[in-house]
Design a protein around this ligand. Sequence first.
Ligand SMILES: [Zn+2]
Length: 138
Amino acid sequence: MILLDYNQLLDKAFAELPHLAAENVDFKIPEPDSLIQGSKTIVKNIDQIADVARRDKDEIAKYLTKELAAPISLPEHRMEISARVQQQELNTKIRRFFEMYVICKECHKPDTHITGRERGYVTLSCEACGARYTIKSY
Ligand SMILES: [Zn+2]
């Protein structure tokens, strides 16, 4: 017997009503709260972004390092990018990270997690709808 909690039951109900699911996604991609300091860009809310994504912040740093071609460090509670990055550009990159690697391409819920990694590819599995797919990694 499988016990479902209330959220899982809701997810299940929505999964069975795909047209409703799209309208009921109560999820907002977080925007980076950043500032440029000298030659660096500080992201002050990296913990919050990582929480919403349910990814380790190292994953986001890894993605942004590649996208921005700049070294990134993660001192406590913030992210430091060794480049000057405008808030708008950072916003676009974070948005793309969520669209590619967090939000399920089948049900559009942010309920995926990484279940595999191989030769430059990453496998995402969705807790909400059970979809499982492999895409190019970062
Ligand atoms: Zn899904």
